[in-house]
Design a protein around this ligand. Structure first.
Ligand code: NAD
Length: 537
């Protein structure tokens, strides 16, 4: 049977997804998921840590998106619990900031080692609770380990510059100090890595942190915090420097308004991020915003199609479209348009049989994270059709337990259709024809988001046009690779409605420190800059 026939057959069994499973048996009791207990998780877990584990808030059930069943429960933080976290972190910060940076780096190195020891169980938990396939989930833990390595190096190289002073007997230096306590709010789709990007760098910079994870991935947050706690304990460092407060919007709002949070690092949707940015600005706090994307790949006239096609599936449908860097728009040169669409459809047909349980080896595409995400997918597809779009592939919800949808290709919509310009966090890609590269760049840049972008070309001149002042206006500008899958060495983030923040590599550490320009006069005489004479001086 051809791949296409198999795909068509499997697409017949389609209807609205199941509601969340009401069964009372928790998956943690199933021996199949024994790795959960290896991480120290139980049926009922405490979701607040500030040196001690104690929570008084509501009890949250954590569901597996692959089957809608409850994995285990986590008791979230109350307002008072958040207060206890913030004040304990503030208190513990003083001693942490006094430790020499290389000593802080050594602690982060040990966290990297503890993550290495827990790589498999933690990766499996990410897969079970978030829904991404196991290799990607393991990759996410590896990303945190890589950031620990990067932060360790940074702990011995954090710079401070000496500038030449124009005044004799004066020294002009730049001194970097820790900020204090940093609030970290994270999204569901990278429940380990985004915390790691922030935490490892903040720790070597001498900051304490309070983490509010996504309320739909609380088990990952508890497991990661237990790993960090074990290292802090071994080193006699107060656990409160890595505090955790599981909760929803209410806890997030408290953290954002809290003056003790010198920096709020927020990862999530543009809508929420904008509110967070305004609130933090109101109190003149610092914010680092990592928000939504609407990423495009331009397939240039001279693109290597084999290369493009081997990247396209992961780019558009990988992680079931739930990466901030997922490709949502394909801007294809008119000479290649029909061929690209038809070959892409074949490639999609080839993965239909590999949609399923993200923990299984053969699976390439897992579920969406929640029933709400399935609903958003359904509404977006319906709206696209209403606006005149043609479903070239997929477009339906898959009938099976869990929250599965078909990866979807849509053609026929104008490049500036409102729906094309909106991020739907699901595996939907719009194919749009372009007459030339200039138009492709214009379309790439016309959306409000500015996260990731990629150009497939063999033309060196076009590469430089693409990365130059009139090229892509995104924070991530790739050539001949997909829009997703970044390394930790570079600064990660995007422009415009993606928020402008940069995390992880390059000089992103500067976000986590405050800069003082220091002038020291050892001449014994007062001299003003610009040789200004004041009075009889
Ligand atoms: P979301 O905005 O719904 O939630 C993100 C976090 O904000 C959660 O922890 C949530 O509890 C919290 N929150 C909600 N309301 C809040 C409020 N009023 N004040 C403070 N905190 C509040 O996002 P999501 O659905 O978890 O994640 C998907 C989104 O995140 C997508 O838009 C995706 O593009 C984006 N994202 C961006 C990046 C990046 O690096 N640019 C990375 C991952 C995800």
């Amino acid at each position: 049977m051809s791949l296409l026939c198999r795909a068509v057959l499997s697409l017949r069994y389609i209807r609205v997804p199941m509601a969340r499973n009401a069964s009372t048996a928790f998956l943690i009791e199933d021996p199949k998921y024994s790795f959960l207990k290896d991480l120290g998780l139980k049926e009922n877990n405490v979701g607040v840590f500030n040196g001690k584990w104690k929570a008084n808030g509501e009890v949250i059930k954590s569901y597996s998106p692959a089957n809608g069943k409850v994995i285990a429960e986590v008791q979230a933080g109350s307002a008072a619990d958040y207060e206890a976290c913030a004040s304990a972190a503030q208190e513990a910060w003083h001693a942490w900031a006094e430790l020499p940076a290389p000593a802080r780096g050594e602690v982060v190195r040990q966290i990297g080692d503890a993550l290495r020891e827990n790589l498999q169980p933690l990766g499996k938990l990410v897969s079970l609770e978030m829904g991404k396939i196991l290799p990607e989930a393991i990759g996410e833990v590896i990303e945190y380990i890589h950031v620990c390595d990067l932060a360790l190096g940074l702990s011995r190289t954090l710079p401070g510059t000496v500038f030449p002073s124009e005044r004799p007997g004066h020294v002009l230096i730049e001194k970097w100090n820790p900020l204090g306590v940093v609030g970290i709010i994270t999204a569901f789709n990278f429940p380990v890595a985004v915390f790691g990007w922030n935490s490892a760098i903040a720790m070597v910079c001498g900051d304490a942190t309070v983490w509010k994870p996504s309320e739909t991935t609380p088990l990952v947050a508890v497991a990661v915090t237990k790993i960090v706690e074990s290292v802090l304990q071994k080193n006699n460092i107060p656990g409160a420097i890595a505090s955790l407060c599981v909760g929803g919007k209410g806890i997030g709002e408290k953290l954002v308004k809290d003056e003790r949070m010198k920096l709020v690092s927020f990862t999530g949707s543009t809508t929420v991020g904008q509110q967070v940015g305004v609130e933090v600005q109101k109190r003149f706090g610092r914010h680092l915003l990592e928000l939504g994307g609407n990423n495009a790949i331009i397939v240039n006239e001279d693109a290597n199609l084999e290369l493009f096609l081997s990247a396209a599936l992961f780019a558009c449908a990988g992680t079931a479209g739930q990466r901030c860097t997922t490709t949502r728009r394909l801007l294809i040169h008119k000479k290649l348009y029909s061929e690209v669409v038809s070959r892409l459809k074949k490639a999609y047909a080839g993965v239909v049989s590999r949609i399923g349980d993200p923990l299984l080896e053969e699976t390439l595409i897992g579920p969406l994270h929640t029933p709400a995400a399935v609903d958003a997918y359904k509404k977006t597809v319906a709206e696209a059709v209403k606006l005149g779009g043609k479903i070239e592939f997929g477009g339906k919800i898959i009938e099976r337990e869990g929250y599965f949808v078909e990866p979807t290709i849509i053609t026929g919509l104008p490049h500036d259709s409102p729906i094309v310009k909106t991020e739907c966090f699901a595996p939907i890609v719009y194919c749009i024809e372009i007459p030339d590269l200039e138009t492709g760049i214009q379309y790439n840049n016309e959306v409000e988001q500015g996260l990731s972008s990629s150009l497939f070309t063999e033309n060196l001149g076009d590469v430089f046009k693409w990365i130059g002042p009139h090229g892509s206006d995104c924070g991530i500008v790739n050539v001949n690779i997909p829009t997703n899958g970044a390394e930790v060495g570079g600064a990660f983030g995007g422009e415009k409605a993606t928020g402008g923040g940069r995390e992880c590599g390059s000089d992103s550490w500067k976000n986590y420190m405050r800069r003082a320009t220091v002038t020291i006069n050892y001449s014994g005489a007062i001299k003003l800059a610009q040789n200004i004479k004041f009075g009889d001086q």
